[in-house]
Ligand binder design. Structure first.
Ligand SMILES: [Zn+2]
Length: 103
């Protein structure tokens, strides 16, 4: 049994694809596909978000010092974003880069 590649469905004529989460357009090579549903593509930004969210859900039942530290980093990230520091032209780029490295 051979199946047609489902990934071609969401590719545009210009060989770009749309993120199923935020709707952004990018090259298919720069997007992630879900294992059993290759037609579903996520841009890198949404993939990072999903990764952080999965880690957050895993930590909900944990009470150790490492989980608590990750929770503090998350709270700090939320506060930085609330204040808009991540969009500051001087430190915004560094904060966004740091945010990708932290839980
Ligand atoms: Zn996206």
């Amino acid at each position: 049994m051979s199946a047609e590649p489902v990934t071609a469905i969401d590719e545009n004529d210009d060989r770009s694809a749309q993120c199923w989460c935020c709707g952004s357009i990018d090259a298919p090579a720069r997007m992630l596909q879900l294992g059993d549903h290759p037609e579903v593509r996520l841009c890198l930004q949404c993939a990072h978000f999903v990764h952080h969210r999965a880690w957050e859900i895993e930590d909900e039942g944990k009470h150790g010092p490492v989980a608590a530290a990750r929770g503090q980093f998350r709270n700090l990230r939320t506060e930085v974003m609330r204040l808009g520091w991540h969009q500051n032209r001087f430190i915004g780029g560094k904060l966004r880069w740091l945010g990708k490295c932290l839980p």
